[in-house]
Design a protein around this ligand. Structure first.
Ligand code: SF4
Ligand code: SF4
Ligand code: SF4
Length: 254
């Protein structure tokens, strides 16, 4: 049986999620035994000739021409995976949308801001432009979760992505809660899957995997109230990765 072909593409981002894949080292060789890379700018010089089975797309869509390019990629693949927060919901790139595009251009290009080829547009995630079949959350992604998802797809099975908050994994690791240290942690409203790596390393969760489905607003409020904090405090911290995300409204109005 032939292996599914995979092409990896990047848009506006730091490419840190692809770096997580490159850093898999020996495990990467195992992955290549189940899928066939046909294009991956960061690791090979070949270009895909025609269509491929799986497209993995990293980064945000920040220019009109990028929308056309990601639509073309969508047409050429059977399965499209959005890789990392920039692609799945915009991540830190969405902070750009707090400003006018004129101000953004002037900030980046100064006196050259009016040059016609310097097009820019409000940031969109890949999920906002094309249909996405699977999402690998995180900034950066968790390499273990990435290999799990690719292996599932190579075997024709559906990966199971956590629909519960980071607190579940954190409690399983028996961490002392960051709130006990007087810190505001976003674990109660953030999707798990990273094995609570930040609280386990002594830092609060800053929401890089986006809002969990149907966040338990009342539980989050109870925790915040207990420590003298408010939903506004939580939303303000959530803004770094989740600016403009709808679930923030759910938290506010819950
Ligand atoms: S999600 Fe984070 S690590 Fe990944 S490409 Fe975007 S900014 Fe970089
Ligand atoms: S709030 Fe943060 S530190 Fe506390 S249990 Fe949840 S994830 Fe862990
Ligand atoms: S603990 Fe929070 S900030 Fe850290 S990797 Fe997990 S989701 Fe991201």
């Amino acid at each position: 049986m032939s292996k599914p072909t995979v092409a990896i593409f990047d848009f506006a981002c730091c490419e840190g999620c692809q770096l997580q894949i490159v850093n898999l080292e020996e495990e990467l060789l195992d992955l290549i035994s189940v899928v066939q890379p046909v294009e991956w700018r960061e690791a090979m010089s070949d270009k895909a000739d025609g269509d491929f089975d799986i497209a993995i797309v990293e980064g945000s869509i920040t220019r009109p021409e990028d929308e056309d390019r990601v639509r073309e990629i969508r047409k050429r693949c059977k399965i499209l995976i959005a890789l990392g927060a920039c692609a799945t919901f915009g991540g830190v790139n969405k902070l750009k949308n707090k400003f006018t595009m004129d101000d953004v251009r002037k900030c980046v290009y100064g006196d050259a801001a009016d040059m016609p080829h310097l097009s820019t547009a409000p940031t969109k995630s890949v999920c906002e432009v094309v249909q996405v079949d699977y999402r690998v959350e995180g900034c950066p992604i968790d390499a273990g979760e990435f290999t799990y998802i690719v292996r599932c797809l190579a075997m024709g099975t559906d990966p199971v992505i956590p629909s519960y908050p980071v607190c579940v994994e954190c409690k399983l690791r028996e961490n002392v809660c960051r709130f006990e240290y007087g810190e505001l942690c976003l674990g109660p409203v953030t999707r798990a899957g990273c094995n609570a790596c930040c609280p386990s390393a002594g830092a609060w969760c800053f929401g890089c995997r986006g809002f969990v489905d149907d966040p338990n607003v009342n539980a989050a409020k109870d925790v915040l109230e207990k420590y003298g904090l408010t939903i506004e405090d939580l939303n303000s911290r959530m803004e770094l990765f989740n600016y403009g995300q709808e679930p923030a409204e759910n938290v506010k109005n819950g």
